[in-house]
Design a protein around this ligand. Structure first.
Ligand code: NAP
Length: 317
């Protein structure tokens, strides 16, 4: 019987699809080391992984029976795709089912940062609310503001739809612009990254983390932005040079940031934690019950397909 190893427990729905196989894995509430993953997945045909598991060439080469790595995420920057390709190991992900959940959270961060919701909550809990005041926790409105979306894919488009409902003007940057009729239907306009940075009042990142996009928001690019701009990142932390972002937020070079992801996740620097003008979340973009269950089913289907010798539904390679 073919064996499957999971590095962390995921919802049951997908695992129920794998009943015909010998499934083992980590049932503790802690992440496994690379050594433990290699040891646990020895002789396994399938490996179910989280985005926090670094599946590098050493792991892949150490598992000669491996046929598939099923990542419980849409992003797959944690996996050495080239080595997997060379060794004929399939890699799968969970696109689409987490789009609305992640877009909701990105929009939640737009509202939380602009309307200073977290700061206001702290203020109330500290018993400092002593009456309505004209200037109490004022922030920018959303209507008529420019939202720049970098990466207008599944999640970026879902954010654009939400932003249009709030009366925002949406501009975007992709490597390949959409067709004019698609742009018109969504009410968005393509721009170079530099032009987009200059006009954005809000900037939301939705590109995958690749060698090309790492630190795409660096000192030079952040310096092009308006001082009143707010940066939202629900994609991957390393898209931004976090050290410079902290400096820019501290010096008032930009107004605020809403972050769900970090450069050295789960490490978050004390300087970032100390800033009042940031809202910090623990990588919960896809954390709805529905999305997490649907992601699990996708993982189950992807693993089952490969082990049955079929093409998996969600192929990375
Ligand atoms: P997607 O549909 O593949 O969209 C990615 C978009 O980025 C595409 O429109 C692509 O267009 C654009 N893009 C790629 N490389 C680019 C570059 N170098 N410059 C400019 N644009 C570029 O992916 P998705 O499903 O929306 O997911 C996006 C990312 O969100 C994932 O990769 C993942 O890292 C992250 N995510 C985070 C969470 C969370 O929990 N916080 C949850 C889900 C997803 P072109 O190819 O035309 O450039």
């Amino acid at each position: 019987m073919e064996k499957i190893f999971f590095t962390f427990k995921i919802p049951d729905e997908g695992m129920l699809l794998l009943k015909g196989y010998e499934v083992t894995g980590n049932t503790q509430d802690r992440f496994l080391s690379k050594k433990e993953i290699i040891e646990g997945a020895k002789n396994c045909s399938a490996l179910i992984t989280l985005l926090s598991d670094k599946i590098d060439s050493e792991v892949i080469v150490s598992l000669p029976r491996l046929k598939v790595i099923a990542n419980y995420a849409v992003g797959f920057n944690n996996i050495d795709i080239e080595t997997a390709r060379q060794r004929g190991v399939r890699v799968t992900n969970t696109p689409g089912v987490l789009t609305d959940a992640t877009a909701d959270l990105a929009f939640g961060l737009i509202l939380a940062t602009s309307r200073r919701i977290v700061e206001s909550d702290r203020f109330v809990r500290e018993h400092r609310f002593n009456g309505w005041k004209p200037d109490l926790f004022t922030g920018p409105s959303l209507a008529d503001k420019n939202l720049g979306i970098v990466g207008l894919g599944r999640i970026g488009k879902a954010v654009a739809i939400r932003a249009k409902a709030f009366g925002m003007k949406v501009v975007y940057h992709n490597r390949k612009p959409m067709l004019p009729e698609e742009e018109e239907a969504l009410g968005v306009r393509h721009m170079s990254l530099e032009d987009l940075l200059r006009i954005s009042d809000f900037l939301s990142l939705h590109v995958p983390l690749t060698a090309e996009t790492r630190h795409m928001l660096n000192e030079k690019r952040i310096s092009m932005m308006k001082r009143e701009a707010i940066i939202i990142n629900t994609a991957r932390g390393a898209l931004i040079d976090e050290e410079y972002l902290i400096k820019a937020l501290r010096d008032g070079r930009i107004a605020a940031a809403g972050l769900d992801v970090y450069e050295e996740e789960p490490f978050i620097s004390q300087e970032l934690l100390d800033l009042p003008n940031v809202v910090l979340l623990p990588h919960v973009g896809s954390a709805t019950h529905e999305a997490r269950r649907a992601m699990s089913i996708m993982v189950g289907r992807n693993v089952a397909a490969v082990l049955e010798g079929k093409e998996p539904p969600n192929v990375v390679v």
